[in-house]
Design a protein around this ligand. Structure first.
Ligand SMILES: NC(=O)c1ccc[n+]([C@@H]2O[C@H](COP(=O)([O-])OP(=O)(O)OC[C@H]3O[C@@H](n4cnc5c(N)ncnc54)[C@H](O)[C@@H]3O)[C@@H](O)[C@H]2O)c1
Ligand SMILES: [Zn+2]
Length: 353
């Protein structure tokens, strides 16, 4: 068994030098997985740089979380079968977290596993989803239920791709960067929370430090037995909100937006349990007020609680969270429903400001 889930290399580069960092000549077939946006905005950049072989086979999946499914995996496998993919083929996933998660899983299962490369094109995927070896698809509206740990050969980060990323998606990735700061680097958090503007230019210098925080945590605890659980901060309530909004709303919350709200809610709980200062939560609230929108009412709580209970980190009754506890992170903190409801009520107030 591969005991690392980190790629052999994580490379940060720019549009001009993409070809130098992608060695695909050893493969009999190169499959490139994209969605319509990464095909439109990012594939031409790779082509201009001469980073992909002319014989490569493109596979395009419709964009969005709703397509992170086994049905999309089947579509990928069909394209690979029809085009004579073999154990010596590879898959390049060019896109956001959806394409990275989906491509990683499809490649890991095809012919019992072929090499795959991740070229993340959203901020969230660059600082988070592409590093850590977790692949997955959603199942019956529940997040990431079917997946495996599997390391890509390489992860190639090109911050230039962010120039075309819609603002909402910049904010979603920024939320995960803030999480990294809260968990292990107060200076990273302070720098990010005080940025004047959440734009590609202003954020670019902090991509590498942010993904290093994730990579270091993963290296220490690849299979999420202890330390890596800290990265779930904001994600217990966050996943509940994300799954609920995806199953009920047209304008669903993005993963990173749900995590931002999840961090605020979980900090309310942490303040109660550990008597933390309220400062970080207030800084998050000031930053995200009016930026993250979601109509949340008390009638929605039952649905959200059901999704939280089904999250893969929880057993039937016990909801476990990773929570900042003063200078540390407490993991596996068992939190009762009454506290979660209190935190959700706080969010209702925050979102109606
Ligand atoms: N594996 C992990 O460790 C991990 C960690 C965090 C998140 N995730 C997963 O990542 C997913 C969210 O990722 P995401 O936020 O990147 O979503 P996404 O992949 O849906 O991308 C967001 C949107 O941006 C578009 N897009 C991508 N690159 C673009 C570009 N350069 N210019 C313009 N548009 C572009 C996409 O088509 C999509 O519409 C979730 O499914 C989440 O569960 C996984
Ligand atoms: Zn996340």
């Amino acid at each position: 068994m591969n005991h690392t889930v980190l790629p052999e290399e994580i490379i940060i580069t720019d549009s001009k030098n993409l070809a130098d960092n992608l060695s695909l000549s050893i493969y009999d077939r190169v499959f490139v997985l994209m969605d319509e946006n990464s095909e439109r905005y990012c594939l031409p950049v790779l082509d201009n740089a001469g980073a992909l072989p002319a014989s490569r086979i493109d596979i395009c999946i419709s964009e969005g979380e709703a397509n992170k499914t086994l049905a999309s995996c089947e579509k990928i496998w069909e394209a690979m079968m029809v085009n004579h993919g073999s154990r010596n083929s590879c898959l390049v996933a060019l896109g956001g977290g959806v394409i990275c998660d989906l491509g990683g899983l499809a490649a890991s299962l095809f012919k019992r596993g072929i090499d795959f490369f991740l070229i993340p094109t959203t901020l969230l995927a660059q600082v988070d989803a592409s590093v850590g070896g977790k692949t997955a698809v959603n199942f019956h509206h529940y997040k990431n239920q079917i997946g495996c740990f599997s390391a890509p050969k390489e992860v190639i980060i090109n911050p230039d791709f962010l120039a075309t990323l819609p603002k909402r998606h910049m904010i979603a990735g920024y939320a995960e960067m803030l999480k990294h700061g809260i968990l292990s680097d107060q200076q990273h958090f302070e720098t990010l929370i005080t940025l004047q503007e959440i734009s590609a230019d202003k954020i670019a210098p902090f991509i590498w430090p942010s993904l290093q925080i994730k990579a270091a945590t993963v290296q220490e605890d690849p299979f999420e037995e202890h330390l890596r659980k800290a990265l779930n901060f904001g994600h217990t309530i966050g996943h509940g909100l994300e799954s609920w909004s995806n199953s009920t709303k047209e304008n669903a919350l993005l993963h990173g937006e749900a995590v931002a709200l999840g961090m605020i809610a979980e900090l309310v709980i942490a303040e109660e349990l550990f008597e933390n200062s309220t400062l970080v939560r207030e800084q998050l609230e000031n930053r995200f007020e009016g930026i993250i929108r979601c109509s949340l009412r008390e009638e929605d709580f039952d649905g959200i609680l059901q999704f939280i209970a089904h999250d893969k980190k929880n057993t039937a009754e016990k909801v476990k969270m990773a929570l900042p506890a003063n200078e540390n992170i407490a993991i596996n903190v068992e939190v009762g429903q009454d506290m979660i409801i209190k935190a959700l009520k706080h969010l209702v107030g925050f979102l109606s400001k």
